[in-house]
Design a protein. Structure first.
Ligand code: FAD
Ligand code: FES
Ligand code: FES
Length: 467
């Protein structure tokens, strides 16, 4: 096969992508064009995990679980994809498949391929196999009939059967792929991106696609140009400095989580509750900020840490503070040709305590109804420094600077009581499907009460499970 053709490696076999009329997902292509039907469609929007596959960009250690229903075929040209069929078959099943039957971990079986792919991703990683890591690995998979205990038992029983990594075949990645009516441009650096910005008309940026691909019409008939950002090397870097971490705009939430683990462990819980491993391995920091959703989980953290964003466009770079980024409901200051190329995450002062909490209908795999991030310094029970930012209480993520001003240089207990009794003067949340205005206000008071308990007991954190 000529390298210039559009190739995807499916279960170690080179498959040419051809005869595509419309923009489709990886899941549709596997099932409808290749009759690889072990991968199932449940919700088609990232919530159930039935469509989970493992993807590797260069046949190396970078393999990760993703939801194939949320990925457009054009995003994965040149990648290696492992589906349930690649693990084993009736005559030669994978040890995890055997364990599922031994532990009675499957009844109707619809969810089983997805659970097995999530289990394999964990077995394939460097993580220790514990209840916590198993719970996390399957947090993006739903089972309606079996119950989770046998599934967890099955995964635990093969903790020593880690499968070998993906094969070493490499495929040339094309810089431009036309699939039906959609052309995908894949710049590998900012210089190439600049050329596309000058040459391509009417385009959309796409990073992971975990937000944008939800709005993709089932069959998109329109001519479209998509500029992919995840292939740009400058957008994938992570640099650790003494006082800050610099993160490229296309760093995935999972890599963000790994990067902060030792220096900002206070952020682990909220990032671990971000979607599921499948979502975190696909969704990016830049994408999260650029959706400009009032309930995005990253913005409140960046607001209380006073992060700077680096913007890149046709006219080069500029820097702006996160406080100036959001303009209105799902609106930000970026021009059509501008991207977030990187951001700086200042490491919090050792004297400060950082808290970041979200409330959602489910503990795992759910978008926040409200969230609150706090950066506070207390000396002798007096608040010396305070930054608070909330999600889900206004049309943008909101820095609670007026409330903070009223609370500093005062006893923390009195200040928090003041905040709880006067919160309606500082935030007026809206009602929507996730929660009423009244619920949001009362729930936010609950988070302030949680802060009070943490400070009284001198705790670094108090998770919702402990409360
Ligand atoms: C099941 C599910 C669970 C989720 N859970 C959570 C959650 O717990 N918390 C949460 O906050 N969100 C959650 N999300 C939302 C989403 O996953 C995140 O917002 C994610 O970070 C988006 O990143 P992306 O790279 O996939 O964005 P994309 O979908 O690729 O892009 C989103 C938008 O940003 C633009 N864009 C992307 N990157 C850049 C850039 N660098 N510069 C300029 N523009 C850019 C795109 O053009 C597009 O308009 C969830 C989504 C799903 C489907
Ligand atoms: S089909 Fe439900 S997550 Fe993809
Ligand atoms: S076995 Fe039926 S949904 Fe899980």
């Amino acid at each position: 096969m000529a390298d210039s053709e559009n190739i995807i490696l499916i279960n170690e076999r080179k498959v040419e992508v051809k005869n595509i009329q419309h923009d489709i997902t990886l899941l549709d292509w596997l099932r409808n064009y290749n009759k690889i039907t072990g991968t199932k469609e449940g919700c088609a929007e990232g919530d159930c995990g039935a469509c989970s596959v493992i993807i590797a960009d260069d046949g190396s250690d970078s393999s990760r679980p993703i939801n194939s229903c949320l990925v457009r075929l054009g995003q994965v040209i040149g990648s290696s994809v492992t589906t349930i069929e690649g693990l084993g078959c009736d005559k030669n099943p994978h040890p995890l498949q055997i364990a599922f039957t031994k532990e009675h971990a499957s009844q109707c079986g619809f969810c089983t391929p997805g659970f097995i792919m999530s289990g394999i991703s964990l077995l394939n990683s460097n993580k220790k196999i514990t209840d916590d890591t198993i719970n996390d690995a399957i947090s993006g998979n739903l089972c309606r009939c079996t119950g989770y205990s046998p599934i967890i038992k099955a995964i635990k029983s093969v903790a020593n059967d880690r499968i070998s990594k993906n094969d070493n075949q490499t495929i040339n990645k094309n810089k431009k792929n036309k699939l039906g009516n959609v052309t995908y441009f894949k710049p590998s650096n900012l210089k190439e991106l600049k050329n596309y910005l000058n040459d391509v008309k009417d385009f959309q940026f796409l990073a992971g696609g975990t937000d944008l691909n939800l709005y993709r019409p089932i069959i998109n008939q329109k001519e479209d140009n998509i500029i992919c950002l995840d292939s740009i090397k400058e957008l994938n870097h992570i640099k650790h400095h003494k006082e800050k971490i610099e993160l490229g705009g296309a760093v995935t939430i999972e890599n963000f989580l790994e990067a902060i683990k030792s220096k900002m462990p206070q952020l682990i819980e909220i990032l671990q509750r971000f979607g599921s491993p499948q979502i975190r391995n696909q969704g990016t920091i830049g994408g999260n900020l650029c959706t400009s959703s009032p309930i995005g989980d990253i913005a409140p953290i960046l607001l209380v840490l006073n992060s700077d964003l680096k913007i890149f466009g046709r006219n080069g770079f500029k820097k702006i503070n996160i406080k100036k980024f959001f303009k209105g409901y799902r609106k930000n200051i970026l021009k059509k040709d501008e991207i977030i190329s990187s951001l700086e995450l200042p490491i919090a002062n050792k004297k400060n305590k950082i808290f970041s909490w979200k409330l959602s209908k489910r503990y795992d795999q759910d978008i926040s109804t409200i969230s609150l991030a706090i950066n506070i310094q207390i000396q002798d029970n007096i608040i010396k420094e305070l930054y608070m930012a909330a999600g889900g209480v206004a049309e943008t993520p909101k820095l609670l600077d007026k409330l903070c001003k009223k609370m500093v240089e005062k006893n923390f207990d009195d200040s928090i009581e003041f905040a709880i009794h006067n919160l309606d003067k500082f935030i007026q949340p809206i009602s929507d499907l996730r929660g009423s205005s009244h619920y949001r206000l009362e729930a936010m008071k609950g988070l302030f009460r949680r802060l009070q308990i943490c400070l009284r007991q001198d705790k670094e954190s108090l998770s919702i499970m402990e409360v």
